[in-house]
Design a protein around this ligand. Sequence first.
Ligand SMILES: *Cc1c(COP(=O)(O)O)cnc(C)c1O
Length: 375
Amino acid sequence: MVGYEYYFTNKIKEDTTLRAYNFNAGPAAVPLPVLEQAQKELVNFKNTGMSVMELSHRSKEYEEVHNRAITLLRELMNIPDTYEVLFLQGGGSLQFSMIPMNFLQEGKTAHYILSGAWSEKALKEAKDFGETRVLASSKDANYTHIPTDYSLEDIKDGAYLHITTNNTIYGTQWNEYPTSPIPLIADMSSDILFKEIDVEKFSLIYAGAQKNLGPSGVTVVIIKKDFLETARTNVPTMLSYSTYAENNSLYNTPPTFAIYMLSLVLEWVKEQGGVKSIQKNNEEKAKYIYDAIDNSEGFYKAHATEDSRSLMNITFTLPNEELTKKFLQEAKERQFIGLAGHRSVGGCRASTYNAVPKEACEALANFMTEFKNQN
Ligand SMILES: *Cc1c(COP(=O)(O)O)cnc(C)c1O
C-alpha cells in the first residue's frame, strides 16, 4: 500500500517515541507515565468495554475516578475536612468573576495585590460587582518583583484579599504568603502542588489544571466551608460555589476525561514521593537554568529580581532582538519547545512545571551556556 494512508501510518509509527523538551507555559507538559497509562486504558477502561470519556458521569466507575481525584488532592495537599474540593469549568479566568460574584458583599471592599497580568484581570472582573482597592502593585517596576510595600492593618473590614501566587507571564512568585486578617484568596493556577503549603492560610484556592495538574478543561477550587457559607445566594446556579459543594461537583456533567487525567497526574505525584519530592525536584530544575543565567556574565538577564524568582516560569532576555531570534531558532531545532517569552514581556521564558523532567532543564541549561559561548 502506497499513498497518504501508508505514509501517515508509518510516519506516526516512526514518531511515537519522540518527546520534545516541552517548556510550554500552558497547556504544558504532562508526565509521560500518565500519558502512557491513559493510552493503555483509552479504549477499554477497567474492563468496562468503554473509554472513560464514554462512561456515564453517574456510573460507579466514573464516580470512583472522580472521588479518587478528590481524595488524592486532599492527601497530597493536606487539605483539612473543613474545606471542600470542587471541580469547575471555565478555567482560572471564570474564577476572576465567580469570586466577587459570590463573595463581594455590598458595602464591603475587595482588596487586590497586583503582581502581574493575571491579577490585573482578576481585579477587572471584581470592579463590575462592587468596591475594590489595589492594596499594592509592582506594575511601575514592570512586575519584576512581588510587592512588599503594604500593610494588612487597614483592610480589617474587607470582603477578601486576592493574590496571585505565581506570575506566569513575568516569572515571579510569592515565597511567603501573607497572614491576612480577612479571607485570603489565591490564584494558584501556575504553581499549585509545586511545594508544600499551609492550606489553612487560605479561604479559597483556585487553579486551572493545564499547568501543574494535567490537561485543560477542569479548574480545581479548594474552599473553606465556613467561608462558603457567607456566599451570596442570588447567584446563577452554575456560578454558585454552593451548587458544586452540595453535589460533589456532579450537579451537571463535569469534564470527566480531564478529571480522569487529573487523577492520574495526582497518582503520579504520589508515586514521586509526594509534594515534598516534587518541590526538591523543582528547586534543582530551576537551579540549572538560573545558574546558566547567573554564570553568563550578563549575556542572559533574568526579568525577576532575585527575591521574587519563580521556580515555575523562568523569564530572561538576551542582549538583543537578533540574538533572541537566533536562540529561539536553534533551540527549536534541538526540540526545546515553548521558549518564546509572552508578547507583553518579550525575551524568553522556560516553564518548568512539575511534569517537566530534570533532564530537560539540564539540557536547556547546557544549551544556553553553549549558545552564549558561541555568540
Ligand atoms: C493560565 C493562568 C490563568 C488563566 O487560566 P485559564 O484557565 O486560561 O482561564 C489565570 N491565572 C494564572 C496565574 C494563570 O497562569
